[in-house]
Design a protein around this ligand. Structure first.
Ligand code: TXA
Ligand code: MG
Length: 540
């Protein structure tokens, strides 16, 4: 039975440990799942509860520098290091003394040792009177737990106790350095950075597995490096590169028929169209990102996310620790958005009859491929016909199964509410069709695409566009155009007009405005816009 202890119940938790039980404990890095390091049976329980491969050794946690000597054969460098960084998020690997059972070290002659700075961890080790073997408290392969709810979620009754110490301040596991290798090697980056370590270990090397996927069967210095780690259930991708390029890449791939989550830098969140957008810190604040990352990855599991895009930047210092965890979370799938060659995408929108299609045809002369969302909506409705019948009546489809667009339009445009309802049904479908068309064009080397749609703004379509134009025309001119084009009576045309957003809704949401009271005017305006785009380097 899992007992949750408060911070002042350390003695009770220590009793469980003394009696051979296992207890989840807070540390400054992540929660650990602890057992008496000298009790083989108890340590076995940790491996079982985590589902941890038996060839992956555990860290032995101590509560004073003096204890190090009981456990490992030390040397001067080791003391220099621990005097500087202990208690704290640094684990060192040294030759083990016989007292440490092989189950803890997974058969190795070396042992990983750490003196955590978290007062609960320290007091608990003291109260237990023995060093504690503790891996991170998570099911093997999952993101580490940084809050008590993560522990309860992963283990429930599979462990004997857990001490609630609130949220872990670091959020990623300790830095691991092997002093057994010559020169010393950083096996896992953490809050103690390579730069800090080099002040004492100038010849410190970084294990290749920190940033690279090692081919199977290559010998690794630390068994933990070869195991799957931090993996959320969804397929994850790290996306590096300039913000807007990354957002464009992510948005084009954020199909709404999948449950997609984006984890992004602070300040980028408004750029994404995915269903779930979560912020984990500024790119310049790796401490904050570290604190949040495992919790957010776990959240994507709760949300049953299918795919995750994680904005990532390779950096030094603590940023290296974050990057190292993310590489594993996404199984080394990294996309450099700066190098993805997507077409330039121009969005065209505006009121009915303003002449979006005409503008799109003019743009074809500038090398643009045209995606006409009006045309797509004709197809899209068939994918959602049952939803439409439910919303607007069965008689929108005639005996032959043909959609009666006139009836649908009449009902759908009769009130703002109905229009919104129609939109919520078909916008997503249309945008997904736009996405796949853009990807097809991109695969075929197309460099410029224009997407035209009256509802591009409402459908969140501008987020995939590099730039956008509102096409505008005089109200009377527009009215006559739609009466003629769609064979409507004047009152039908006015009905449609009334269901529309005002002109400034379009002009204030787009980069450019082009007037189209006549074709010559439109051609001139578009030519000017193309010149401006060229001068801003937006069209290469
Ligand atoms: O911050 C932390 O270090 C947390 C808290 C609970 O202290 N613990 C933690 O433990 O992250 P764990 O087991 O999840 O990670 C320990 C890492 C593993 O990658 C393991 O392979 C490596 O340290 N390790 C342990 N003993 C080793 C040894 N003798 N030689 C090389 N690597 C070792
Ligand atoms: Mg772990």
């Amino acid at each position: 039975m899992l007992r949750i202890f408060a911070q002042n119940e350390i003695k009770e938790a220590a009793d469980i440990l003394k009696n051979g039980g296992i207890v989840a404990i807070p540390t400054e890095t992540v929660y650990g799942l602890a057992a008496n390091a000298f009790d083989e049976k108890a340590v076995k329980k940790i491996f079982k509860a985590k589902g941890r491969p038996s060839d992956n050794p555990l860290i032995v946690h101590i509560s004073s520098i003096e204890e190090l000597d009981n456990i490992a054969y030390t040397n001067e460098k080791a003391y220099e290091l621990v005097k500087r960084f202990w208690p704290g998020p640094l684990t060192i690997i040294l030759p083990k003394k016989p007292i440490v059972p092989y189950i803890v070290t997974a058969g190795l002659e070396t042992v990983a040792v750490r003196f955590p700075s978290h007062p609960i961890a320290k007091n608990l080790i003291e109260a237990a009177g023995v060093p504690l073997a503790a891996p991170s408290a998570n099911l093997s392969g999952k993101p580490s737990g940084t809050m008590i709810k993560h522990i309860i979620n992963d283990f429930g009754d599979k462990i004997d106790g857990a001490i609630d110490g609130g949220e872990c301040v670091c959020g990623v596991e300790s830095t691991v350095v092997s002093l057994v290798s010559k020169p010393p090697v950083l096996l896992r980056p953490g809050f103690v950075t390579p730069e800090q370590l080099r002040q004492i270990l100038p010849d410190l090397e970084i294990a290749p597995a920190v940033l690279q996927q090692m081919p199977e069967n290559t010998p690794v210095l630390s068994p933990g490096l070869k195991h799957k780690h931090y993996a959320p259930k969804a397929t994850a991708f790290c996306v590096t590169g300039e913000t807007h390029k990354a957002a464009k890449y992510i948005n084009i791939n954020s199909f709404t028929n999948k449950n997609i989550a984006v984890i992004c830098f602070d300040g980028e969140e408004k750029l994404f169209s995915a269903q779930t957008v979560m912020v984990y810190g500024k790119a310049s604040e790796p401490e904050k990102m570290a604190r949040n990352i495992f919790g957010l990855l776990r959240k994507t599991d709760d949300l049953k996310t299918d795919m995750i895009f994680i904005r990532t930047s390779l950096s030094d210092g603590i940023g290296l620790a974050v990057y190292n965890r993310l590489l594993r979370a996404c199984n080394f799938n990294v996309i450099d958005a700066d190098k993805v060659d997507l077409p330039f995408i121009l969005g065209l929108t505006g009121q009915s009859g303003a002449g979006k299609s005409t503008a799109a045809h003019i743009l074809e002369n500038y090398g643009f491929k045209h995606i006409d969302t009006d045309k797509l909506s004709r197809e899209a409705v068939y994918g959602v016909i049952d939803d439409l019948k439910k919303a607007f009546g069965n008689d929108i489809v005639d005996e032959n199964g043909e959609l009666n667009r006139k009836i649908l339009a009449k009902r759908a445009f009769s009130t703002h509410e109905n229009t919104d309802q129609l939109n919520s049904i078909i916008h997503k479908q249309i945008m997904d069709m736009v996405r796949s068309r853009i990807l097809d064009y991109s695969a075929n080397g197309v460099k410029r695409v224009v997407v035209d749609g009256a509802a591009l703004i409402e459908a969140d379509g501008l987020k995939i566009c590099d730039s956008s134009i509102a096409i505008c025309a005089d109200d009377k001119i527009r009215l006559n155009r739609i009466i003629e084009r769609d064979k409507l009576t004047e009152s039908e045309a006015l009905l449609r007009f009334n269901a529309q957003k005002p002109r400034d809704f379009y002009t204030s949401n787009t980069d450019f405005t082009a007037l189209n009271d006549n074709i010559l005017q439109l051609e001139t305006e578009i030519r000017a816009i193309m010149e401006k785009l060229k001068s801003t380097d937006k069209i290469l």
